[in-house]
Structures are given as structure tokens and as C-alpha cells.
Write a protein that binds this ligand. Structure first.
Ligand code: PGA
Length: 222
């Protein structure tokens, strides 16, 4: 069984109260998570601390990730959350999601600085790219191939096509882990993770409901 990374990206969804309700529901589902699977939830910043506390209290096999990180160290950068602050709460961070590239105008140069900060603080990085041409900074732990047209549309990439693009990106930038994101569901997850170069998935919409996410984890077999 190859190792699999399953990272749920909640985006700008859920209040702390709703995040806590998700945790309770996920716990009640008692989903069996095989040893080869690393399950990550990336909630909004506001929910990281209370979720960490609850996950530890309930001993849930979930790791936390942030959805973004500051390109600056600690200091006078109003509104930013520095990598060392995140490291207290999360093990992973998503950098370069296409929504941040699109709505916040994040450039490759800015994303490289974010990756540098994250790496220095010891965070593990999931770096998102929309294609095989987009640069990936050094020291990234996992690359997520997310074609823009497949995000939130219900139209996922063809698994074989995703496999060849992920294989090319992993080879080009020497990245050990390549995952796919874009309309991943419990129904199609196995078609992706069974591809030889695909080491996991980054579901958005399918991570928002605990029962659907649990089903996605169960159906993720290579
Ligand atoms: P989606 O989002 O699963 O809702 O398509 C994926 C993502 O944007 O990471």
C-alpha cells in the first residue's frame, strides 16, 4: 500500500462553532483510517487553535494544515500570520492555491518567499500549481496539481491526464509527493489515487461535510 495524503481544504468556510460540530460528527463516524493514509484538514486560521485542542482531546487521527502563510517573519506586518505562529497550531500549510493567485494577485515570487518562511519554521508545504509550467520553490514537500477549470465545478480532470502531469511536475522539480485537486469526491477518489504518480488528493467541497469526507477517506484506495 503506497502512502496517501488526503488534505481537506475548507477555504473561507465555517465558524469555530461549525468547525467544532464537524469534529464531533467526524468522531462519531469512527472512520477507520489505514496507516498508509495521512489525513489533513486545513480550516480557516480562526479555527486552528480550537480544533487542535479538540483533536488532541479526542485523539483523532487528523493533522492540521493552514491555507496560507505570511511571506514575512514575525514583526510589524499588520494582518499577517507568520510561519512560526502557525507552527504552534499546524503541521502543514497550503501555499499558492489558485484562488489566492487569482483573487489576491499572488505571484510566483511572493509564493517563493512564503515557501521560504514556511520551510524555515519547519512547516510541511503543499504547493499548488495549475499546470506543469508554473514554478515550484525548493523544499516543497508535496505539490498539488489543480487545474483551475476543475476547481469547484464538478468536472474533475481525467485521472490518466492528471497522472502524467503530476509525474512530470514531480520529476521536473524533484518533489517526492504529488497530489491531485479539483472536484474530488468519494465516487472518483480511487480513480485518482490508483494512478502510479498520484499520492493523494486535495478535496475542497467534499471536505466540508464530515460524512462525505469520511466516505472519501474510506474510498481512497490505490
Ligand atoms: P474542490 O476544490 O474540491 O471543491 O473542487 C479543490 C481545491 O480548490 O483545493
Amino acid at each position: 500500500m503506497k502512502p496517501l495524503l488526503i488534505a481537506g481544504n475548507w477555504k473561507s468556510n465555517k465558524t469555530v462553532h461549525e468547525a467544532m460540530a464537524w469534529i464531533e460528527e467526524f468522531r462519531d463516524l469512527s472512520v477507520e483510517i489505514r496507516e498508509n493514509k495521512t489525513v489533513i484538514i486545513c480550516p480557516p486560521f480562526t479555527a486552528l487553535a480550537p480544533m487542535k485542542q479538540e483533536i488532541e482531546k479526542l485523539s483523532l487521527p487528523i493533522t492540521l494544515g493552514a491555507q496560507d502563510v505570511s511571506p514575512f517573519p514575525l514583526g510589524s506586518y499588520t494582518g499577517e500570520v507568520a510561519a512560526s505562529q502557525l507552527k504552534e497550531l499546524a503541521e502543514w500549510v497550503i501555499i499558492g492555491h489558485s484562488e489566492r493567485r487569482k483573487y489576491l494577485g499572488e505571484t510566483d515570487a511572493l509564493l517563493a518567499r512564503k515557501a521560504h518562511e514556511a520551510r524555515d519554521a519547519g512547516l510541511k508545504i503543499i504547493f499548488c500549481v495549475p499546470d506543469e509550467k508554473t514554478p515550484v520553490p525548493d523544499g516543497v514537500d508535496a505539490v498539488a496539481y489543480e487545474p483551475v477549470w476543475a476547481i469547484g465545478t464538478g468536472k474533475a480532470e481525467d485521472p490518466k491526464a492528471a497522472n502524467s502531469i503530476i509525474e512530470a511536475i514531480k520529476r521536473k522539480f524533484s518533489i517526492p509527493i504529488g497530489i491531485y485537486g479539483g472536484s474530488v469526491t468519494p465516487e472518483n477518489v480511487a480513480t485518482f489515487v490508483s494512478q502510479p504518480a498520484i499520492d493523494g488528493v486535495l478535496p475542497g467541497g467534499a471536505s466540508l461535510k464530515a460524512d462525505i469526507f469520511a466516505s472519501l477517506i474510506t474510498h481512497a484506495h490505490a
